[in-house]
Design a protein around this ligand. Structure first.
Ligand code: IPD
Ligand code: CA
Length: 251
């Protein structure tokens, strides 16, 4: 019925055309209002989201988007999007930001795409089938305990964890960091600030999970989230249970 791959790709390209002229400019960062989760919406967020709404509304699906919140039209499909993950990076000329697109049918995950604008890489997650980078299957990498690399968002909690790993890379676009983990570039992505929202992680979650990642909350339990733009979450995503144990001991 819906070709989600085509819809997501079209949207990514439409957004790209509208926003890229503003990359790294002051104008991109103009304040335009507050999102439902209380974050500041910047001009670039608004431009990207307007593209999303204009495209998706005629399709008659429910939409959950970061800046507008929930639009429930009673469809069995819900599309959870973050038009730009990594807005700060975009505004300040740091080339790590993406478009995050996740589809649920009757609340069950069925398709995810993450488009990374600068590299033009397309990551996909198809529940029960696998995770892909530009059409090729991807997998998390095996853990090497002597050379652990993580992305770690904290406000101090568990800070000692950094002494137990070799590298930390906190890149400011969690959806992309989850895709990097899925392709075997990182061993863990941890955010324990009680801050990320379902819109930030819905696609990255599906992609990482299909690539073999273990995903829990900050107590080692299953992460449950509503299809909603306001919920705040803690999340631990790793390539191996041993790393999960190390993290849970430290936080
Ligand atoms: C942000 C990024 C960042 C994470 C924040 C998010 P945004 O998304 O994903 O990595 O630390 O929690 O809000 O606001 O740029 O879409
Ligand atoms: Ca965003």
């Amino acid at each position: 019925m819906y070709d989600w791959n085509e819809i997501a790709l079209n949207l990514a390209k439409d957004i790209e055309r509208e926003i890229m002229p503003l990359f790294g400019t002051k104008k991109a960062g103009e304040f335009v209002g507050f999102s439902p989760s209380g974050d500041k919406t910047k001009l670039v967020d608004k431009i990207a989201e307007d593209v999303v709404l204009e495209y998706l509304k005629p399709l008659g699906v429910n939409i959950v988007s970061e800046e507008t919140g929930n639009i429930d039209v009673g469809s069995e499909y819900t599309v959870v999007v973050d038009p730009i993950d990594g807005s700060f990076n975009f505004i300040h000329g740091i080339p790590i930001f993406g478009f995050s697109f996740a589809v649920f049918k009757k609340k069950k995950p069925i398709y995810a795409m993450l488009y990374e604008f600068i590299t033009e890489n397309v990551y996909e997650g198809i529940p029960g089938e696998g995770a892909y980078l530009n059409g090729e299957k991807i997998r998390v990498r095996p853990l090497n305990e002597k050379s652990i690399s993580i992305s770690f968002y904290t406000r101090g909690r568990g800070a000692k964890l950094v002494e137990k790993v070799k590298r930390t890379r906190t890149l400011g676009a969690i959806a992309i960091e989850l895709a990097y983990l899925a392709r075997g570039s990182l061993d863990g992505v941890i955010d324990i600030r009680n801050y990320v929202r379902p819109t930030d992680i819905a696609a990255g979650y599906m992609i990482a999970k299909e690539a073999g990642a273990v995903i829990t909350d900050d107590r080692g339990e299953n992460v449950k989230f509503r299809l909603d733009a306001t919920e705040k979450l803690n999340i631990i995503v790793v390539n191996d249970k041993k790393l999960l144990e190390l993290i849970l001991e430290s936080i």
